[in-house]
Design a protein around this ligand. Structure first.
Ligand code: ADP
Ligand code: ADP
Length: 224
């Protein structure tokens, strides 16, 4: 069952830059797919199109999500390289914000926040402020915030690129465990071939701009 389907998608920015395409992408429910390619090839653009944060110049973007159809939103959770936590709110406050904004009853927010913080390894940091967190912990908080609404699809745009190698390795392993546990569809953007091969079931290799999928291979070792 295809959850994400992009067909003949192109994206030209207002400054005339053709960033992407024609680009075709089909992702099945529960798959872990990596998009890998050189800097500037349009990986972020592709992810923004899937997230609905940008409109394609041509072609179609289709997301088949139970949640999208039921209209309750949050079909998709997104994590960017910059964790963008609100500095004035605690980890608990940051992670609970998407629930607050979608009017989830207060009594439900706390247990859901604590459950997702436990999943990402931040159980003991609910009361901490973002400035007290290391880079890896900030990223864990951003991941928790993306997961707290229980989205069908998780989009990750170079999430660990700014972290040191050991922290990145830990987060890669924890992300794989989460994926196996939660069964979400994941699209992971990276310029690291190593990271893509380590994480994904299927690696899509993009050309330099305008980004198209030039090659694709499956990784058996990543099967759950
Ligand atoms: P769109 O055509 O999708 O509306 P815009 O040209 O309005 O995109 O730009 C959207 C945002 O991206 C703006 O905030 C702009 O500053 C930023 N931006 C512009 N050029 C670039 C670029 N080369 N790389 C990354 N971001 C850019
Ligand atoms: P990647 O994620 O692979 O590094 P991007 O999708 O960020 O690639 O960018 C693809 C191309 O589009 C680049 O040349 C970039 O400068 C340009 N670009 C990205 N965002 C914008 C924007 N908002 N406005 C204009 N050009 C952009």
């Amino acid at each position: 069952e295809a959850v994400v389907r992009l067909q003949a998608v192109t994206k030209r920015y207002r400054n005339g830059v053709l960033a992407l395409g024609p680009f075709d992408l089909t992702v099945k429910r529960g798959e872990f797919v990596a998009l890998v390619g050189p800097s500037g090839c349009g990986k972020s653009t592709a992810l923004r199109l899937v997230a609905g944060l940008a409109e394609p110049s041509s072609g179609t973007v289709r997301i088949a999500s139970r949640r999208a159809r039921s209209g309750s939103g949050h079909a998709i959770g997104v994590v960017f390289q910059e964790p963008t936590l609100m500095p004035w709110a605690s980890v608990r406050g940051n992670v609970g914000l998407p629930l607050k904004l979608s009017h989830v009853p207060r009594a439900e927010i706390e247990p859901r926040v604590m459950a997702v913080l436990a999943q990402v390894g931040l159980r003991d940091f609910a009361g901490a402020m973002p400035r007290e967190l290391s880079g890896g912990m900030k990223m864990r908080a951003a991941l928790a915030r993306a997961l707290v609404t229980d989205p069908d699809i998780l989009l990750l745009d170079e999430p660990f690129a700014a972290l040191d190698e050991i922290t990145r390795f830990r987060l890669n392993n924890d992300l794989l465990m989460l994926w196996r546990e939660l069964g979400k569809t994941v699209i992971f953007v990276t310029h690291s071939v190593y990271e893509s091969v380590y994480l994904a079931q299927r690696v899509l290799v993009m050309t330099p701009r305008p980004g198209k999928i030039a090659d694709e291979f499956g990784i058996n070792a990543a099967e759950p």
